[in-house]
Design a protein around this ligand. Structure first.
Ligand code: DOR
Ligand code: ZN
Length: 453
């Protein structure tokens, strides 16, 4: 159910003058620090004000837990259309997101068929309605130049694959890319790129383990893709998906481009993966020393965005020989909880995590989310840092039934609010199926409250 009087993004209106519907009280991450506050939430589901004491409305005090903004995950594959719902669907994936503290997902277009024209996009948006538990931004594939103007009016972002991967047999030829990027730069939408240049893939026998997979799709292919992408046209909102090494991060920062790293590239290496197909992923897991360097860059706040690249496959296919198994692993439910556990141990500063998981991805998608600030949607989570759990596929909500993070410490949100309404309470999903498709509104960010993270 859409809350009564809820305004669409862009209509910030005068909710601060209406009485708050309720008040969320506790230690919250506001204006760059954890501090005791009372967050007044309006009938439109937006944050009205943040103060010390307010009366006159129902009040929920979270006690020793902390109130944080919910996360945005720029990169998931929920496999509709054409996927097997016993592996993943928009319905199951968005519930996993809710459990993981993710309020908005960017859903990728490498489906069967791919989302490459307006009719397919509309069909996918129709699937979101009535199914999704959180909001969804739909990527489109710019495979057909004639479809681009229509897609630019209805999609949320574009995704380009430079190399073959799941559902992508024939990526655009490298010599076609400058013209494609120039066209996309005029359309205004964010453009995400899977940046592995297949010309740098050596011809090798099938990879028998994760180390050989790393050699088959080497770091050089990622660095090679930068040669194509860094000279990209001005005005292009370019974002590189799943960066695997610190050197790529360094060059992208120097060029001022957006990029993401995944929990698996930050926490796992091909050494720990061995020949276990659950760890097979594109781009591959790298060496332990490359992983450690990427983690250091992340810890220093030099990786702007955290994204899961949630890409489940059937347990059966992931129990096959490494060489035959498909690439990809689930991650939307564990992304934030794994890193909140790193905050608990002191290995990661909370502001660094919140910037990468909440604020910057929401800005990238042009959404009034990701900060606890007046005018933003009250999409919030409540986290008890003492509630440590061990990740277990049997307790996660992904139907695929496996995780590469079995046994890892995680801290799952206790509560999750969407537009001020609970969708997770006491660790259980209590939400509806009222998730909506959203499109970037880069102007709206200027009109909502300007509290800095
Ligand atoms: O490992 C991956 N899996 N990498 C991709 O690029 C695609 C994804 C998938 O869709 O399975
Ligand atoms: Zn992906």
């Amino acid at each position: 159910m859409v809350p009564p009087g809820r305004r669409k993004s862009g209509e910030t209106g005068s909710s601060a003058r209406e009485p708050p519907e309720w008040i969320l009280a506790g230690r919250a991450y506001v204006r760059g620090q954890l501090q005791p506050v009372e967050i007044a939430i309006g009938p439109d589901g937006r944050i009205q004000s943040i103060g010390r004491t307010r009366a006159g409305a129902p009040r929920h005090d979270v006690g020793d837990a902390v109130i944080l903004p919910a996360a945005t995950d720029l990169h998931v594959h929920f496999r509709e259309p054409g996927g097997d719902p016993r592996v993943e669907s928009l319905a199951s994936g968005t519930v996993e997101a809710a459990y993981g503290g993710v309020t908005l997902v960017g859903e990728m277009p490498n489906t069967r068929p791919a989302v490459s024209d307006v009719d397919r996009l509309k069909e996918k948006a129709a699937r979101v309605r009535g199914q999704a538990a959180v909001d969804v931004l739909l990527y489109a594939s710019p495979a057909d130049p004639r479809a681009l103007p229509g897609l630019a009016r209805s999609a949320g972002a574009f995704k380009i694959y430079l190399s073959p991967t799941t559902g992508v047999e024939t990526p655009p030829a490298p010599e076609e890319l400058p013209a494609l990027l120039a066209t996309l730069s005029k359309l205004g939408l964010p453009v995400s790129v899977h940046a592995e240049d297949p010309r740098a893939f050596p011809t090798r026998p099938p990879a028998a383990d994760a180390r050989e997979w790393d050699a088959a799709r080497p770091v050089g292919a990622e660095l090679g893709a930068l040669e194509i992408l860094l000279p990209g046209p001005l005005g292009l909102r370019l974002h590189l998906a799943h960066v695997t090494v610190a050197e790529t991060a360094r060059r992208l920062r120097a060029a001022g481009l957006s990029f993401e790293a995944t929990p698996h590239h930050l926490l796992l290496s091909h050494e720990v993966a061995g020949a276990d197909p659950r760890f097979k992923v594109n781009p591959p897991l790298r060496t332990e020393s490359e992983r450690a360097a990427l983690w250091e860059a992340f810890r220093r706040g030099e990786v702007p965005i955290l994204a899961s690249d949630h890409a489940p496959h059937s347990l059966e296919s992931k129990s096959d020989e490494f060489a035959r198994a498909p690439s990809g692993m689930p991650g939307v439910e564990t992304m934030l909880p794994l890193l909140l556990a790193r905050v608990r141990t002191g290995e990661l500063a909370l502001p660094v995590l919140l910037a990468a998981a909440c604020d910057r991805p929401a800005r990238w998608f042009g959404q009034p989310l990701g900060r606890i600030a007046p005018g933003h949607r009250a999409n919030l989570i409540v986290v008890d840092f003492r509630a440590r759990t061990a990740v277990s596929a049997s307790r996660l909500h992904a139907p695929c039934g496996y995780t590469a993070f079995e046994g890892w410490e995680a801290i799952f949100p206790r509560e999750h609010y969407r537009d001020g309404r609970p969708i997770v309470r006491e660790g259980e999903f209590v939400g509806g199926r009222d998730g909506e498709t959203v499109r970037p509104d880069f102007a709206d960010r200027g009109r909502v409250g300007s509290d800095r993270i």
